[in-house]
Each structure stands twice: as C-alpha cells, then as structure tokens.
Design a protein around this ligand. Structure first.
Ligand code: UD1
Ligand code: CA
Length: 452
C-alpha cells in the first residue's frame, strides 16, 4: 500500500510573485501538475496534496486530476509541519508514504520506482533521493556513512562552512514507512535558523534512513526563484528536443526553438529556427514549420509548410502552404492543398480543398468551399457592431481583389465577383456580380485653375 503526499502549501517567497510557486508554469504545465504526472503510472492508493497559501487557487488548478485529497496547512511552519497535517488523515494507514516537494518538476517515474524498490529491498524506515551537485547552493546537505546510511541532513543556512563543502544534497523526495514516521513526527522542533519544523529532522529519530543518488542530477533540481525556473525550463526543453531529434525530426538551430512536451511530431518533420510549438499540437510527417512561427493547440497535416505565421486552435490539411505572415485562430479548418498567404487572417472559418486565400484578406466566420480563389484584399465584413454573421462561399467561386462580403451572405458555386465589389445580397450559382460604381471617364478635362 502506498500513499503519496505533495507539499504545495508554501508561498514561494523567493519567486517574488502573487501566484503560489507551485502554480508557476513550466512549458505549458504548472510545477505541481508536473509533480503529479511524475508518479501517475504508479497508481497509489491515496494521493494527498498539502495546500495552504492561496489553497483554493491551487485546488482549482488541479480539478482535472481525479481522486486527490486536499489537506489544509493553515500556517506554513515548514515542511515537517506540513507532513504533520497528514496525521489525522492517515490514521490507521499501514503502508509507505511517498513525499514529494511540489517544486521539483523534472523527476522521472523510473527514479521514483528505484527509490521505492530500494526502500522495500532494505526495509528502511526512510529512503530519500540525493544527488551530488557541482553547485549545491540552496539545498540541504546530506551526511552519510559508507553504506549510504544517513546520519544527518542540514539545511544550507544552518551549515557550518565545513558542512557547506558537502556536495551531496537532499532532493526533497522521500519514501517513509508511515507508521514509523507517524510515531516520530510530533517530536520535531523548530530550533533552526528559520524557526521552522523541518521534515528532514525526522531522520535523526528513524532507523535505518538510506540515501539513493539519482543518476541524472538534473531531475532533482528544485524551483525556488525565477532563475531556477528558467534553468529548469532549459533542461526540460533539451530533453524534449533531443527526444524528437532521436525520433526523426530535424531541428534547425534547436536553441532557438521551443517545444512543449505535450506536442507530437511525426517523422521527417523539419522545424526551422525561431519556431515555438505549444499545447496539444501535432505536426504531420514531411511538414516544414518556420522559420519564425508559433503553432498552438493545432493539428498540421502531412507535407504542409508554415512560414513566419501564427496558428492557434486550428487544423491544416495535407500539402497546404501557410504564410508568410498568416494568422489562423479560433477553430480554423484549412483543407488539403490550400494556400493561405501573406497578411491573411482566418478566424473561425473553414476552407475546402485546393482553395487559395493568398494575399491581404480576412475571413471571419466563413465557410469556403473547394477550388475557391479569394482575391487579394477580400474581406468578410462579419461584424455589425453587435453580432457576428456567417459567410458561405460555394465551390469554384472567385472573388475579385478588394471585395467586401457583407455578412450574413451566401455566394453560390462558380460565382465570380468583380474587383472592388461590396456584396450585400446572396448570389445564386454561376453568376457574375459587379457591385461597384461604374467608371466615369471625362475626355479633355482639366482642373479649372490649371492654365491651358
Ligand atoms: C527543501 C528541503 C531541503 C532540500 C530542498 C530540495 C526541508 C527543511 N528542506 O528545502 O533539504 O534540499 O527542499 O528542493 O525540507 N512547503 C509546504 N509547507 C511549508 C513549507 C514548505 O507545503 O510550511 C512546500 C513548498 O510549497 C515546497 C516544498 O514544501 O513545494 C519545499 O519547500 P521549500 O521552502 O522550497 O524548501 P527548500 O528550502 O527548498
Ligand atoms: Ca524548494
């Protein structure tokens, strides 16, 4: 039987933020969501999240996770005090308790497995993760004998200069035999530099306490300030990008690219510099994205090119070309083999297949058929100042340059709109529409003031 507890009650003073630290975002997920994901495969019997500072906000942010029990720590008196709050909730529980700091977001599931296995194998009272850091600054130092048995953990601010030299640090990830921990938790005292109840102090009451070094120290990096948030983000990015390159994607100048770990790339995708892929995005094989593009929560088909463009909440069909300088947003669906070109904005609109909107256009709330050519500068006037209205454009229709389609409006199939038209009435199939003032040419005409 395993229960998990996540320490998420602290404010995170060093972040200098109104937002609780564990709700700061790291590549599309909050820190605490990442911690929850790191053990989800383990399927523990119980999962308790200790909340305090802006607890309701933390609870709300986690409402998509089922089966969480929230435990209130009304005053944040330290990590030991936080775990003491579990006592009434875990009364009679006889299994192991895995404790995770809510601000250690890069932990791998395999590492947690190794910790739990070691804990079982040696029947420890407590097993904790440690790492040897070149720069151990800010972490509690772990002092062990030759068999990795922990003698003491000393917070950096309580260390003597000699103790500070120890580079073995506490990751803030522990597995406890709960009944034994429950017995000693009330013994904690706050006689340290911060006047807090430290969870690490239980080690002096428990036996045996064993340290397990992680192989990759990066996994245990904690986020206490914005600089650490940035360096953890960089590590996460490196992990994600290395994995996609190994899986067959080309990244040109990877350092200039960011990819959320919720993104999926098919083989032979090419990501050009200064491109950012976010959220639930899928890029189909053979597609070339960038340079200079942002794709968020979108599905890009196979062999698509997207250049210097922004695509959010949209779907783009195979073999289509987007950009340069296009903006697709708010549920756009572009069919196969379409061209959406320079300075075109599409919002909540569908294009059939082989349709072109190549220059300087806005299509909002429009349903456009296949083989349509939207001439340069065609605009759907979809908003009357109060409501949005739809425009329907049939297959094979062509709009002339600088047409204004005043919605609500339906154009049939194979309609031709003359350039410069302002179209206010529906048009049946196969028609030519000219909706502009006829040109007037006055021969032999001069300005009156102009001499002969
Ligand atoms: C803690 C460890 C330190 C370790 C480091 C690893 C202690 C005393 N120290 O230090 O040995 O090297 O983590 O990252 O445990 N929290 C609460 N309630 C509180 C205080 C904190 O829930 O009253 C939560 C915080 O929200 C945070 C976590 O506990 O998620 C760690 O707290 P933090 O103050 O960041 O501890 P560190 O100083 O980093
Ligand atoms: Ca911390």
């Amino acid at each position: 039987m395993v229960a998990v507890a996540i320490l998420a009650a602290g404010r995170g003073t060093r972040m200098k933020s109104d937002l609780p630290k564990v709700l700061h975002s790291l590549g599309g997920l909050t820190l605490v969501e990442r911690v929850l994901n790191s053990f989800s495969e383990m399927k523990p019997q119980r999962c308790l999240v200790i909340v305090g500072y802006q607890g309701d906000r933390v609870k709300n942010a986690l409402n998509s996770f089922g089966d969480l029990e929230f435990v209130e720590q009304t005053q944040q008196l330290g990590t030991g005090h936080a775990v003491q709050q579990l006592l009434p909730h875990l009364e009679g529980f006889t299994g192991d308790l895995l404790v995770l700091n809510g601000d250690v977001p890069l932990l791998r599931p395999e590492t947690i497995k190794l910790l739990m296995q070691t804990h079982k194998q040696y029947q420890n009272a407590c097993t904790l993760l440690t790492a040897q850091l070149l720069n151990p600054q800010g972490y509690g130092r772990v002092f062990c004998n030759g068999q990795n048995l922990v003698k003491e953990i000393v917070e950096e601010r309580d260390c003597t200069p000699a103790q500070k030299q120890n580079r073995r640090v506490n990751a803030g990830i522990y597995c406890f035999n709960w009944p034994e921990l429950a017995k000693v938790l009330p013994k904690l005292q706050s006689n340290n530099d911060q006047q807090e109840y430290y969870l690490t102090d239980v080690c002096s009451f428990l036996e045996p306490v064993m340290a397990v070094d992680v192989e990759d120290y990066q996994e245990i990096l904690g986020v206490n300030d914005r600089k650490q948030l940035a360096s953890v983000y960089y590590i996460l990015q490196t992990r994600v990008k290395d994995a996609w390159m190994a899986a067959g994607a080309t990244l040109i100048d990877p350092d200039s690219i960011t990819i959320d770990d919720t993104v999926q790339l098919q083989p032979d995708v090419i990501i050009e510099p200064q491109t950012h892929l976010r959220g639930k995005t899928l890029i189909g094989s053979g597609s070339r994205i960038g340079p200079g593009s942002l794709i968020e929560d979108s599905e890009i088909g196979e062999n698509v090119t997207v250049m210097y463009s922004v695509v959010t909440n949209s779907i783009v069909g195979a073999n289509s070309r987007i950009g340069p300088y296009a903006h697709l947003r708010g549920d756009v669906k572009v069919g196969a083999s379409c061209k959406v070109g320079n300075f075109v904005e599409l919002k909540n609109s569908q294009l059939g297949s082989s349709t072109n909107v190549a220059h300087l256009s806005y299509m909002g709330d429009a349903t456009v058929g296949s083989r349509v050519n939207i001439g340069a500068g065609t605009i759907t006037a979809n908003y009357d100042g109060v409501n949005k209205h739809a425009t329907l454009i049939g297959d094979g229709t062509k709009t002339g340059s600088n047409s204004v389609l005043v919605a609500p409006l339906t154009l049939g199939t194979d309609v031709t709109i003359a350039a410069g038209s302002v179209v206010t009435e529906d048009v049946p199939d196969d028609c030519l529409v000219i909706a502009r003032a006829r040109q007037v040419v006055k021969p032999a005409w001069r300005l009156k003031s102009q001499p002969e």
